[in-house]
Design a protein around this ligand. Structure first.
Ligand code: FES
Length: 138
């Protein structure tokens, strides 16, 4: 009978080479495309300032990642952002925010990110809407 070799894993072969991928607790997806973030559609909004404020807030909280994303197919509600909790149950995973056009809304979202991103910021509850995914073609 031949001896059975113990299985080797990558961590044994290359110590330090395998790391657990880190997943943020919260991802804020900020739409920047044809309608969100454009002065063409929303000339009175400082879109750059909005993005900078959210980037700065996310930089202050390592549990939150800000992602700039393309059109989320909710252009009528621009500027749109989605708060995603990757580890939450599907029904609780995404919170959609629309009409983020005034500085106080950006400030509320940035403060919430900085303050731990727990629950939902009361100051922007009025921006929450129910996103209905597009129907699948049959
Ligand atoms: S450009 Fe933001 S939803 Fe379409």
């Amino acid at each position: 009978m031949q001896p059975v070799a113990a299985p080797l894993d990558l961590a044994t072969l290359y110590p330090g080479s395998v790391s657990k991928p880190s997943q943020p607790d919260v991802v804020v997806m900020l739409c920047r495309d044809c309608c969100c973030g454009t002065t063409k559609k929303h000339p009175r909004t400082d879109h750059e300032e909005q993005q900078l404020a959210l980037e700065a807030a996310a930089a202050d909280n390592p549990a939150v990642e800000l992602r700039i994303v393309d059109c989320l197919d909710e252009c009528d509600r621009s500027n749109v952002a989605v708060i995603r909790r990757p580890s939450a149950a599907r029904k609780d995973r995404d919170t959609w925010l629309g009409g983020l056009l005034i500085p106080s809304a950006t400030e509320a979202l940035a403060d919430w990110v900085r303050d731990g991103a727990q629950g939902l910021p009361p100051r922007i509850e009025a921006h929450v809407f129910r996103h209905l995914p597009p129907r699948k073609k049959r």
